[in-house]
Design a protein around this ligand. Structure first.
Ligand SMILES: Cc1ncc(COP(=O)(O)O)c(C=O)c1O
Length: 391
């Protein structure tokens, strides 16, 4: 038998595997680990939300829905966006229900990019941003951000990277992995760059509800930006619904129509029971969200103070549920630090470079875990630093 040539595409062959996955494989092989690794709520989905989905299953509601999502969910979402942001999206044509923000990201890139088109993205950023662009045939163009500037991306730095191939700017605030939140005036400057160069802005606002003492600005609310923004939102984080796989995209008719074309051939529709749960989340979920946010805030204060106290300088994250301390005092790379900490003290954190080059020298600690675990993790890290601190 002749040996087969490689049957996987060049595009996929060249894609680096997610830095997070590699790390979790190692983690799975060690017992007794306190994980500050996985970026998901430790809460179960609020019961009243799950219950609606269970009732609907009991009633035999197990069929496909419209490609765009259940009309009732789109109407509820339209109301929610109006109530929260005073933005009027037509449920019929300007909203698409997706399998999480993950699907939304993939759809929007495939809907807008031709081969070689560029998308400008802050570094560090959520692991899938660059890969979604590459998989759609585009080129991610990274813009460095740093701790001195609170990991905010500057409009001038974005503008300096605009070429005649630039199609879009992809941002996600509150940010994973840094917890950074961008103030409205700085987002406004980005909107001006987008308008000057006729760029689309894709705004991943999955952490919109998870802000502490600051206000979240929805990018589409900036003057003139509703039509030129793709707002991606979801239920995974705020409603503790990661496993339901449900989210949405809101944008102009043209963009949503293009995204829906891909969605209808590849996905058909988001899971029906998850759509039912999402309706309930939008209608009655707010008090549960507020309770969880209060809890995250307590944990945030403990971890940020704790990290600074043990000698890992950590800027104050104002959103999401991540702390992003510098580990430069150890003289180790982020990967060395994370592996040694895991093996020696059984605490899992994620090396910053999993999120881009600018993450070197940092690790991501997710504090969506119990206060007891956070405190124990901090005391183990303190012990670890006593052995490894260089400066
Ligand atoms: C910034 C960001 N966007 C999107 C996602 C994926 O969200 P979903 O569960 O809605 O697919 C995550 C998950 O960690 C995230 O951190």
């Amino acid at each position: 038998m002749p040996k087969y040539r490689s049957l996987t595409s060049q595009r996929v062959n060249q894609l680096a595997p997610s830095g997070i996955r590699k790390f979790f494989d190692l983690l799975a092989s060690i017992e007794g680990v306190i994980s500050l690794g996985v970026g998901e709520p430790d809460f179960a989905t609020p019961w009243h939300i799950s219950e609606q989905a269970i009732h609907s299953l009991e009633k035999g509601n197990t069929k496909y829905t419209s490609n765009s999502g259940m009309p009732e969910l789109r109407q509820e979402l339209s109301r929610y966006l109006k109530d929260n942001y005073n933005l009027a999206y037509d449920p019929d044509g300007e909203l698409l229900i997706t399998v999480g923000v993950s699907e939304g990201l993939d759809l929007v890139m495939r809907a807008i990019l031709d081969q070689g088109d560029e998308v400008i993205i802050p570094d560090p950023c959520y692991v899938s941003y660059g890969s979604c662009v590459t998989l759609a045939g585009g080129t991610p163009v990274m813009v460095p951000t740093n701790q001195e500037n609170n990991f905010e991306v500057s409009a001038a730095d974005i503008e300096a990277r605009v070429t005649d191939k630039t199609k879009a700017i992809l941002i996600g605030y509150p940010a994973n992995p840094t917890g950074a939140v961008m103030p409205r005036n700085k987002l406004q400057q980005i909107a001006e760059v987008a308008q000057r160069h006729q760029l689309l802005v894709i705004s991943d606002e999955i952490y919109a509800k998870l802000v502490y003492g600051v206000e979240h600005t929805c990018f589409a609310t900036l003057p003139g930006m509703k039509e030129n923004t793709v707002l991606l939102g979801g239920f995974s984080k705020a409603y503790a619904m990661t496993g339901w796989r449900i989210g949405y995209a809101a944008s102009s008719r043209d963009i949503i129509a293009a995204m829906t074309k891909i969605h209808q051939y590849t996905i058909m529709c988001a899971p029906t029971m998850a759509q039912v749960a999402a309706i309930e989340a939008l209608r009655t979920g707010e008090p549960s969200v507020l309770e969880m946010v209060e809890d995250y805030n307590r944990r945030r204060q403990v971890i940020v103070k704790g990290l600074n106290d043990i000698g890992l300088p950590c800027f104050e994250p104002k959103g999401a549920f991540y702390a992003f301390p510098s580990i430069k005092v150890t003289g180790m790379t982020s990967e060395e630090f994370s592996e040694k900490l895991l093996v020696e003290e059984k605490v899992a954190v994620v090396p910053g470079p999993a999120f881009g080059q600018c993450g070197e020298g940092y690790v991501r600690c997710c504090y969506a875990t119990s206060l007891a675990d956070i405190e124990e993790a901090l005391s183990r890290m303190k012990r670890f630093l006593a052995r490894h601190k260089k400066v």
